[in-house]
Design a protein around this ligand. Structure first.
Ligand SMILES: Cc1cc2nc3c(=O)[nH]c(=O)nc-3n(C[C@H](O)[C@H](O)[C@H](O)COP(=O)(O)OP(=O)(O)OC[C@H]3O[C@@H](n4cnc5c(N)ncnc54)[C@H](O)[C@@H]3O)c2cc1C
Length: 403
């Protein structure tokens, strides 16, 4: 191919453009970006540190982090996965580090490091970058694409890569061209809960929780952080991603069931509490917690059971034990609404994956039209997986386009 126009100067578009230009130096590569900013989400990502990928080098494990796109990404991850991204960046002088939880950042802890690397590569390889470009039309004429711009000019190109992220005018243009768009809904959000048991506990975090969404198959384990509005933390964000579509369909009004200490089921906690009672008879229930959860949360949960908190453990009845086990292992909360997670949010939905060939990222409907990144109906849980999908789909497209 002799020419590629990438629409969208974000993570996926930039990565595809740089690699296509590197693999085929004779090809003219142009990025058209509608805003004045390049790589804007990379800049703010990971709280300004850019969680660039995840330390997970086994494609079959990696795909488990994608509520949408896991099946389709398996092949592409065999072609370009986090280990390859490590190598790609390190070859270009960007050192990375993995944190304990597997998230990978540049050692500088500064997203600008990634942006500087991409900009200098694009410059070195002669990628043409045009900002503030408003695309009015996209039409196929025989073997080439004609892109109509708002200023009245036209660009002819053999290949077009759409990497415009979620939403926007490009989606409606793709729909008009025959592609089916899966409706966008938010993913990665926190749950709003108004409940006396959580009042005054903002900032308290329980590390070993299991949260289920009642009436669904969705369940997540992990830390739960209590906020001013309800609950957040990795366990909740994971649930919001897996249940994104179903939770949107019930207008974010649903019940969750929380086990605050997953070392126990309700039944095993009942047995444990009976022993605890006999060993700690003189201690007051409220002040002497039997489980490993933050003390303020224990007090609040115990106070939700009438008359138990002030008792000594010796005076606790079997009925009380049952109530305590219930409130620790099976607390129901009504969720009413959602809030945006401060660090990272993505959109589920986009170009229907059935209409894209994942060996090439080319449209199955329109030859010479390619997709990469969040414009596709792909999204992941937090941890660097969303960027990895952008790098991988961008690279697969670049390799095919570059021939
Ligand atoms: C605050 C925040 C923090 C995040 N942090 C992380 C993180 O640490 N790790 C992680 O893995 N993921 C993170 N994500 C998710 C990640 O940023 C996205 O998954 C990723 O940016 C998707 O890349 P993309 O290139 O597909 O889309 P984008 O990065 O959104 O880029 C799309 C580009 O296309 C341009 N565009 C749109 N329409 C047009 C048009 N019609 N014509 C021309 N240009 C157009 C846009 O202006 C934009 O520049 C974060 C997201 C947010 C919002």
């Amino acid at each position: 191919m002799n020419s590629l126009v990438v629409i969208g100067g974000g993570a996926a578009g930039f990565f595809a453009a740089i690699n296509a230009a590197a693999l085929n130096p004779a090809m003219k590569v142009t990025i058209l970006e509608k805003s004045q900013h390049l790589l804007a989400k990379v800049k703010v990502s990971g709280g300004g540190r850019c969680n660039v990928t995840h330390e997970c080098f086994e494609p079959r494990e990696l795909v488990k982090n994608y509520p949408r796109g896991s099946k389709e990404l398996l092949g592409p991850f065999h072609a370009f996965q986090p280990a390859d991204m490590f190598e790609w960046l390190e070859l270009r002088g960007v050192q990375l580090k993995a944190e304990e939880d597997g998230r990978v950042f540049p050692v500088t802890d500064n997203s600008q490091t990634i942006i500087d690397c991409f900009l200098s590569e694009a410059h070195r390889l002669g990628v043409i970058i045009k900002n503030g470009v408003n695309i009015k039309s996209l039409e196929r004429h025989q073997d080439t694409w004609q892109i109509g711009l708002a200023d009245g000019n036209f660009i002819q190109t053999e290949c077009v890569l759409v990497a415009t992220g979620s939403g926007g005018t490009m989606m409606s243009m793709m729909r008009k061209m025959g592609h089916h768009i899966v409706d966008p809904v938010p993913s990665l959000f926190t749950f709003n809960i108004a409940d006396n048991r959580l009042e005054g506990l903002a900032g308290v975090s329980a590390s070993n929780c299991e949260v289920r969404i009642e009436g669904t198959k969705f369940l997540a384990k992990g830390p739960v952080l209590i906020t001013h509005w309800g609950v957040s933390g990795p366990g909740i964000l994971r649930l919001s991603a897996w249940g994104a579509r179903e939770l949107a369909s019930v207008n974010y009004d649903f019940m969750i069931r929380v086990n605050w200490d997953t070392r126990f089921s309700k039944e095993t906690l009942v047995d444990f509490l009976k022993e605890w009672k006999s060993e700690h008879q003189k201690n007051q229930v409220k002040t002497f917690s039997a489980v490993k959860i933050p003390h303020r949360l224990w007090v609040s949960l115990i106070e939700s059971i009438p008359k138990v908190g002030d008792l000594k453990w010796a005076d606790v009845s079997n009925k009380h034990i049952d109530q305590i086990a219930e409130v620790i292992c099976s607390s129901y909360f009504r969720v009413n609404g959602k809030s945006t997670f401060k660090d990272e949010f993505v959109t589920a939905g986009g170009i229907d994956l059935k209409e894209v060939d994942f060996k090439t990222m080319q449209s199955k409907l329109l030859p010479g039209l390619y997709f990469a990144g969040e414009v596709l109906d792909i999204d992941a849980i937090t941890g660097g997986f969303n960027f990895q999908a952008a790098w991988t789909t961008g690279m697969v497209a670049a390799r095919h386009i570059a021939g």
